[in-house]
Design a protein. Sequence first.
Length: 127
Amino acid sequence: MCYGEADPDFCVIDDVWTDQPGDGLFVSVNSKEYAVASLFHAIGPARASFLPGWCGNFLLTSAQVRQTLPRVERALTFTEAERSAADAQDWLHYSPREESVLDGPLRLWRAAAENGLGLCGVAVHVS
């Protein structure tokens, strides 16, 4: 996902993702064509409405991360029954070695808020 028009030398994959330490990055690879829509289906529209950005894409300052954290926590904190229901849906697939999309984004949001960092989310469709 490189943007040649705005800046021919900038590429999200190379210039953002590869410069992050392992614990400061969450990558979810899905076999579904529209992974973010699959997440929204699994958590439901009420929870999805709490997530900032546009369908998985966002760029937030550290102040915006702190401001949006309570809403993200509401979207991605589950009771045991809610988590089982979300995991049971055929929309979310991940191996036991991978961090779930139900866990990774909230972990990073909390870490960014705690450390005064901004966040960048990018939904990339590779065909």
